[in-house]
Write a protein that binds this ligand. Structure first.
Ligand code: ZN
Ligand code: ZN
Ligand code: FE
Length: 791
């Protein structure tokens, strides 16, 4: 009898890699194994999750099927390996402590918005976490933003400073509880707390000072959180209602959230919004809005079911939605996204946000808590120092934010979600590459910078860092690189950078002391799309503002035949002078003058809008080629058109003129003339005839919305025209679209549709930002290929 039993019994040692920590994976394994009567153990290690199960063969098979088919919602299994071993005679199944063995690494969970169960508990007056602003569970709450190291255990997060109360510990230790090993578990008696202080420091007493300046900061020794522990629901409600009161009076509130501070005002209040713009030194760039639920969104915006699904997802990004135009005078303040027909909307994603939204009855502007374009504030003292002149009050808490992370931004177009800014909820989830790579880092470019660390087949694309044009952003960048290196155990032996010699990201790459590959900007754009779809060879169409070309000129409307090894430029816009170079970005009329030079006399009305002296100066600048590079930029072409048809001459952020032109579109099927020159190796598009015709339409009294539509249609038409000519000559019919201009939804959808109609296969990035935020992933895969045969 003994021998029969031994044969029927078996032991499996299983390794799971992927997003499996901090997602309720071990309790899932535990309950599954217990149900099937298996013994053994499960534990987290630095490579993922290790499981040993022992028992009857059929039961083990059932267990494996369950593991593969029904893992918890937030989990993502990338790899599952196992080996059979002789039975060890385990008596029970248990969850054992994590080990630090091995130099492995694991993906870290992005932060997840509060789940429905937690929301229900928080609103239940009989629940012990009634109105508790930091309620969370295994399925929701902070992750990456509070993580200092792996594995994901409480001691490696900023929750280590809060000692669990007995009840929380019971939940945490009980495998059948929905808070089993939820690392940030906390309650009113033992966890973080909120408090309100006014913006006027003169009114602070000593208690306020201690609260504001020491709570939840890095570098605090031991447990100095006693200032605020044991905050009753009534007490925290009081603090939040003070914040609500401030907002109702039209004040500016700084709120410490999940990944940093937000600045909030009543989104319906024109004066409050204007005051925020003025104090934050932010002129035209749109603000995002938070509404309490989807019904409230529908009051102000048009929303389709797919957009609603993205809005409600646990990633909770900001979704760009079309404004309703039937809410005149009652809608969201025009100052929120001036000149645009869209507004970025998000739903509350932390319990604190839910409670704050409940304390007011209007939507809130929720914009990054920073000055101008600096990184978002993370610490309380930092916020007081940097936001003190902006905010009238602060709603703070004492849970340290380890990794600052902005809100993600996306829009829905051509049947899919399209990321514009990849941050909270998405980063640092890795992309899986087709091939394993040596460890390397890609440093990005300049605008909307991100970096990307690669190890094996994992590419860790960082969260949005920002434009690398100030010291604070660069510090944030360098600091995050270090954190990622540590968190994912990557020690790069190679690096990649943009070809442009003037970028800080390039200098950073050069300073690493490893071989560096300079990657052409638009090649990287296209490679990022190839990486997302695992494509090997494409016709890439990259439309953006500016990127340095291999001929030393500025590129930005490029047709390239690309693989990971290299590319061949087979089409582009005709070069035109760009007077003032970077100065043209903020001055679309300069682009216009560059495009129409030397035919100023044909554009009298336009040229006459500017001071004669200035026009003459720019003309001379163009003639003498002084600070006047040649550019083939789609972004600048749109700028020129926008200025010529009277939409915008000066921009307060990159792409504003083009965005407003898109917003102005009124449906029309017309288009203008253009020319394509066949230069043998390259097709060159001359858009001058289109600019001139658009201008004539406009001065001839045709509505600028119609003119805007016709101009867009022209760009669509020559894009498809050139793609067809390239297909004829080179036989490629798979197209990848990339570059910031494809944030233009009209352009993206039309180009996509027309290419599909012509029988092309079209790849459009979805989870990689289409703009420069995706560039580092492209650099990374190009570098991985380049260095693959180097020592
Ligand atoms: Zn939850
Ligand atoms: Zn507790
Ligand atoms: Fe770009």
């Amino acid at each position: 009898m003994a021998s029969g039993e031994v044969q029927r019994k078996k032991r499996l040692s299983i390794s799971v890699r992927g997003t499996v920590q901090g997602v309720g994976f071990r309790p899932f394994v535990f309950s599954c194994a217990s149900r099937l009567g298996l013994s053994g153990f499960v534990r987290n290690d630095t490579s993922g999750v290790r499981i040993e199960v022992e028992g009857e063969t059929e039961k083990i098979e059932e267990f494996m099927a369950e593991l593969r088919q029904n893992p918890p919602g937030l989990a993502k299994i990338d790899e599952l390996t196992f080996s059979e071993k002789p039975p060890a005679g385990y008596a029970v199944f248990e969850i054992v402590k994590s080990t630090k063995e091995g130099a492995g690494f694991i993906p870290v969970m992005p932060d997840a918005a509060m789940c429905e169960k937690c929301l229900a508990e928080m609103m239940d007056p009989h629940d012990r976490r009634f109105h508790y602003p930091f309620i969370n569970c295994t399925c929701c709450g902070p992750r990456f933003s509070i993580m200092k190291d792996i594995p994901y255990d409480r001691e490696n997060t900023s929750m280590r400073e809060f000692a669990m109360c007995d009840e929380c510990r019971r939940e945490y230790e009980s495998p059948r509880d929905r808070r089993f090993h939820a690392q940030p578990v906390a309650c009113t008696r033992c966890g973080p707390a909120v408090f309100f202080v006014t913006g006027d420091k003169k009114l602070w007493n000593r208690h306020d000072c201690t609260k504001a300046l020491t709570a939840g900061e890095t570098g605090l020794e031991g447990r100095r959180k006693e200032v605020m522990v044991r905050q009753s629901a009534e007490a925290s409600d009081r603090e939040i209602s003070k914040a609500g009161e401030l907002l109702r009076k039209g004040g500016i509130l700084a709120v410490r959230g999940l990944g940093g501070f937000h600045l909030a005002v009543n989104a319906l209040d024109d004066n409050a919004v204007a005051k925020l713009r003025q104090r934050k030194l932010r002129q035209g760039k749109p603000f995002a809005v938070m509404t309490k639920d989807v019904d409230e969104v529908k009051k102000y915006c048009l929303i389709n079911p797919q957009e609603e699904k993205i809005l409600r997802s646990q990633r909770r990004p900001i979704v760009l939605l079309k404004k309703r135009n039937d809410t005149l005078g009652e809608g969201i303040s025009e100052g929120v996204s001036p000149g645009l027909d869209t507004v970025g909307v998000m739903l509350p994603y932390t319990p604190l946000h839910h409670l704050l939204m409940k304390s007011v009855d209007f939507p809130l502007v929720m914009t990054s808590g920073n000055v101008s374009e600096e990184p978002i504030c993370r610490e309380n003292s930092e916020a007081v120092e940097r936001l003190g002149k902006i905010a009238d009050g602060f709603l703070m808490h004492n849970r340290e934010i380890v990794n600052r992370i902005d809100d993600s931004v996306c829009f829905f177009a051509a049947e899919k979600e399209r990321l514009i800014r990849r941050a909270r909820g998405y980063a640092p989830a890795p992309f899986i590459l087709k091939n394993r790579s040596k460890p390397l880092i890609a440093c990005g470019a300049f605008y909307k910078n991100t970096f990307c660390l690669v190890r094996d087949e994992y590419a860790f694309l960082s969260q949005h860092i920002g434009d690398l044009d100030n010291d604070r952003t660069f510090e944030y960048y360098a600091d995050q690189v270090e954190r990622y290196r540590n968190l994912f155990k990557v020690n790069p032996v190679f690096a990649a950078k943009d070809m442009h010699p003037g970028y800080l990201s390039g200098a950073y790459a050069d300073g690493l002391g490893v071989p560096v590959l300079a990657v052409q900007h638009h090649h990287a754009h296209i490679a990022s799309v190839m990486a997302e779809y695992g494509a090997e060879e494409v016709l890439g169409i990259a439309y953006d503002g500016t990127g340095l070309g291999t001929d030393g000129r500025i590129w930005g409307a490029e047709f390239i035949l690309a693989n990971y090894r290299g590319f061949r430029r087979v089409g582009h816009l005709k070069y035109v002078p760009l007077p003032g170079a970077e100065a043209a970005v903020k001055n679309p009329f300069r682009s216009a003058l560059g495009h129409i030079f030397p035919h100023f006399e044909d554009f009298r009305e336009f040229v006459g809008r500017f001071e004669a002296g200035l026009v003459e100066l720019i003309a001379r600048q163009i003639q003498r080629r002084f600070n006047c590079p040649e550019a083939s930029s789609m972004g600048r072409l749109f700028d020129a058109a926008s200025s010529l048809i009277g939409i915008r001459d000066e921009a307060s952020y990159e792409g504003q003129a083009a965005a407003e032109m898109e917003a102005a579109i009124r449906p029309d099927g017309g288009f203008y003339e253009y020319q394509v020159a066949d230069e043998g190796v390259c097709f060159v598009v001359d858009a001058y005839p289109a600019l001139k015709a658009a201008y004539c339409d406009f001065t001839g009294g045709i509505d600028r919305g119609i003119v805007a539509a016709r101009f867009h249609n022209t760009v669509v038409k020559f894009t498809v025209d050139v793609a067809k000519r390239i297909r004829e000559r080179w036989g490629v019919d798979r197209v990848a679209l990339a570059g910031g201009c494809f944030q233009n939804r009209y352009l993206l959808e039309k180009v996509n549709q027309e290419l599909l109609n012509e029988g092309f296969e079209v790849l459009i990035p979805s989870s990689v930002p289409v703009n420069d935020g995706g560039l580092s992933l492209g650099q990374a895969v190009i570098a991985a290929e380049y260095f693959s045969d180097k020592a």
